[in-house]
Design a binder for this molecule. Structure first.
Ligand SMILES: Nc1nc2c(ncn2[C@@H]2O[C@H](COP(=O)(O)OP(=O)(O)OP(=O)(O)O)[C@@H](O)[C@H]2O)c(=O)[nH]1
Ligand SMILES: [Mg+2]
Length: 466
């Protein structure tokens, strides 16, 4: 990958940061990257042996004010990675000391005195990207891996870090470049008797580019959910067992349950991981229109929050009581979730066997549950999972961010314009403009044509020291 000129200038200084989280820890690491990394490191600590690429060396961290013969304040392990065989492709040194913030800051401040500059968030990874060691999707995956809260998120990030997404885009890009070359050649040699590519051939080639891109675009449904998680609201009229089901799903007595309708007042949220998909469950106050004066102010305000939670959630569970007939409130609820991903849980199935005719609940999928006995809870989990993922399975190379999705959507739109121009027998110069737009969008995914502003925004979301 070509390195932009401006970035070459930007990478000549040496950066330093504490790469482990703030606070105390068994071990803490100070990292240095850049041309001065090794020479700063040898002045920072007293090494037992000279630095050698790929080797860890024991060293003493000396007390600051006491000079060369001074007492040791800590012991450290110093590892030197010589350019270009390092994370950043530059000379890189990692000093692992005991994880005392005081010692780590002493080391860092000394490194700054010796000519290093404090690293910006994500700057080590940005250098890895600018040197071409990682493409942009891989750099983003580094951040996602660090931020993963479920194992599935970590797996998805690891797969992207391994280049799964870039590998999927590569063959499409190859075909697109070939098509561009074909049209360019036709234009360049138009007077030299070279055959101009027939319209049908161009149409076929553009059409062939679309299915893999559409398949890639479709992966965003699941990719985004694993990456970002979802909010699921549990709603229904009072006393149907919403909080009891909520507690079952979060697997602890998080929300208060009593036999009195109107127990839950404020919304109660809890994060869970369902087969690795992060879900934010929201238990809500029971909905009842009822007589205004009959409701306490707190319950009334609670109901307002329930409606907000219902409006905000990506998924909804409407809970019914198997022992009660459907009421108007519930019919309205079905209407308000129409067209949205929702499940009907018919609870208290231990008391009465019940199922609604599909027409009675607007065709929403039903699960009968008993929060009391636990019956139907695994089936409910299953349903939630299906609803959350839209049934899409995990596959290598998924789109995980809106940035990715927009890049693919722009590519598809540009290809569609090209196909249209071709169908209208518009000159090849004009078709090429659309094709270059498609290529540009595809390249922005991997960072080849991403503007510096966007790059800075992306790397600013990293932690310092990575
Ligand atoms: N037999 C039986 N009782 C249940 C079941 N689920 C909940 N209950 C009981 O129903 C009552 C109400 O349960 P909650 O979970 O507080 O109901 P809720 O929908 O959160 O009620 P509000 O917060 O008032 O809207 C409690 O006495 C629960 O023990 C169930 O599946 N079977
Ligand atoms: Mg409740």
């Amino acid at each position: 990958m070509a390195v932009p000129e401006s970035s070459l200038e930007a990478t000549i200084d040496t950066i330093a940061a504490i790469s482990t989280p703030p606070g105390r820890g068994g071990i803490g690491i100070v990292r240095l990257s850049g041309p001065l990394a090794a020479s700063i490191a040898v002045q920072l600590v007293r090494l037992t042996h000279p630095l050698e690429p790929g080797r860890a060396r024991l060293a003493d961290v000396l007390d600051e004010d006491s000079g060369i013969d001074a007492g040791r304040i800590d012991e450290a392990l110093v590892t030197f990675f010589g350019a270009p065989h390092s994370y950043t492709s530059e000379d890189l040194v990692e000093i692992a000391a005991h994880g005392s913030p005081v010692v780590l800051e002493l080391l860092l401040n000394r490194a700054l005195d010796l000519g290093a500059r404090l690293a910006e968030p994500g700057e080590f990874t940005q250098r890895a990207f600018l040197s071409g060691r990682l493409d942009l999707t891989q750099a983003e995956a580094v951040r996602d891996l660090i931020e993963a809260q479920t194992l599935m998120q970590a797996r998805q990030a690891a797969s992207q870090l391994g280049g799964a997404l870039s590998r999927r885009v590569q063959p499409v890009k190859q075909d697109l470049v070939e098509l561009i070359a074909l049209l360019e050649a036709g234009i360049d040699f138009a007077e030299d008797d070279i055959d101009v590519t027939p319209q049908t051939e161009i149409a076929r080639r553009i059409e062939e580019l679309t299915p893999p891109l559409l398949a890639l675009e479709a992966t965003f449904t699941r990719g985004r959910i694993v990456h970002d998680g979802l909010t699921l609201a549990i709603v229904g009229r009072p006393n149907v067992g919403k909080s009891s089901l909520f507690n079952r799903l979060v697997e602890r007595d998080r929300a208060i349950v009593t036999a009195t309708p109107g127990t839950t007042r404020d919304t109660v949220s809890e994060r869970i991981s369902l087969e690795g998909i992060p879900l934010e469950l929201v238990d809500t106050a029971g909905l009842r229109a009822g007589l205004r004066e009959a409701l306490e102010e707190a319950e009334e305000l609670g109901i307002v929050r329930s409606r907000e939670a219902l409006a905000d959630a990506a998924l909804v569970i409407v809970v019914l009581d198997a022992t009660q007939p459907l009421n108007e409130e519930e019919r309205q609820l079905f209407a308000s979730v129409e067209g949205r991903p929702a499940i009907v849980a018919i609870n208290k199935s231990d008391l009465a066997p019940a199922a609604l005719a599909p027409s009675e609940c607007d065709g929403l999928p039903q699960v009968t549950t008993s929060a009391l006995t636990g019956e139907g809870i695994p089936a409910l989990r299953e349903r939630i999972l299906t609803l959350a993922t839209g049934g899409a399975a995990a596959e290598p190379g998924m789109l995980t961010s809106l940035r990715h999705r927009n890049a693919i959507a722009t590519t598809l739109a540009a290809l569609s314009d090209a196909a249209q121009a071709n169908a209208n027998s518009i000159p090849h110069e004009m078709i090429l403009l659309d094709l270059y737009r498609a290529l540009w969008a595809l390249d922005s995914l991997t960072g080849q044509t991403t503007s510096d502003d966007i790059l800075n925004l992306i790397f600013a979301t990293f932690c310092i020291g990575k």
